[in-house]
Write a protein that binds this ligand. Structure first.
Ligand code: ATP
Length: 183
């Protein structure tokens, strides 16, 4: 469960990006955050990733107040989160398989586990046959599916997608949303 309680974020230059925000997202909920440009959506995601700190208020994820996390606990907290960005953020010199495997390598998964899990997740997003293609050999929708596989491969309990279809045409965007909806 994710809870924002009276969260306010004022950036160092004095700009108030979020003012007294309260909401709860229950386990299993699929939530869209919609708002005008500059409304504070990215700020909200950065707070959840603990990339930035709230000026006041608390953010609670699975009963843990993020302000109580020590610096060395943050990487473990982030393993709970799978993140997909609008611009995919794939490593250009690695294949689809290697991009997804890399996410497992950095959390210390065994080579055996990686060999088992990566093809399964690539198949889940419909890319089983493109595992050895490099990002530049893939369409935008395919690249986003690799990014989705990478976000999912470590079984995160929370999937965060920041405008995951923003760079895609409407038909491809719909395909991505269908996959996310099935997860
Ligand atoms: N590091 C920063 N320092 C100062 N102000 C910032 C900073 N980051 C964002 N802002 C401001 O905070 C407000 C909210 O920005 P944010 O990026 O969260 O909006 P958004 O809803 O994600 O917008 P968009 O849909 O355009 O991406 C904006 O007015 C922005 O200019």
């Amino acid at each position: 469960m994710i809870q924002f309680r009276n969260v306010t974020k004022v950036y160092p230059n004095g700009l108030c990006a979020l003012s007294n925000v309260n909401f709860t997202i229950a386990n299993g909920e699929f939530v869209f955050i919609v708002g005008a440009s500059g409304a504070g959506k990215t700020t909200l995601i950065k707070l959840l990733l603990k990339e930035i700190e709230p000026t006041s208020g608390s953010i609670i994820v699975d009963d843990v107040d993020l302000s109580s996390l020590r610096r060395k606990e943050i990487p473990y907290y982030r393993r709970k989160l799978g993140v997909v960005f609008q611009d995919f953020r794939l490593l250009p010199d690695r294949t689809a398989y290697e991009n997804v495997a890399f996410a497992m390598e950095i959390v210390g998964a065994s080579p055996k586990e990686i060999r088992r899990r990566v093809p399964a997740v690539l198949s889940m997003v419909g890319l089983g046959s493109k595992a050895h293609a490099y990002p530049h050999q893939l369409s935008g929708g395919e690249q986003q599916r690799v990014a989705l596989a990478r976000a999912l491969v470590n079984n995160p309990s929370i999937l965060i997608a920041d405008e995951p279809t923003g760079n895609l045409d409407p038909v491809t965007a719909m395909e991505i949303m269908k996959i996310i909806n099935l997860i």
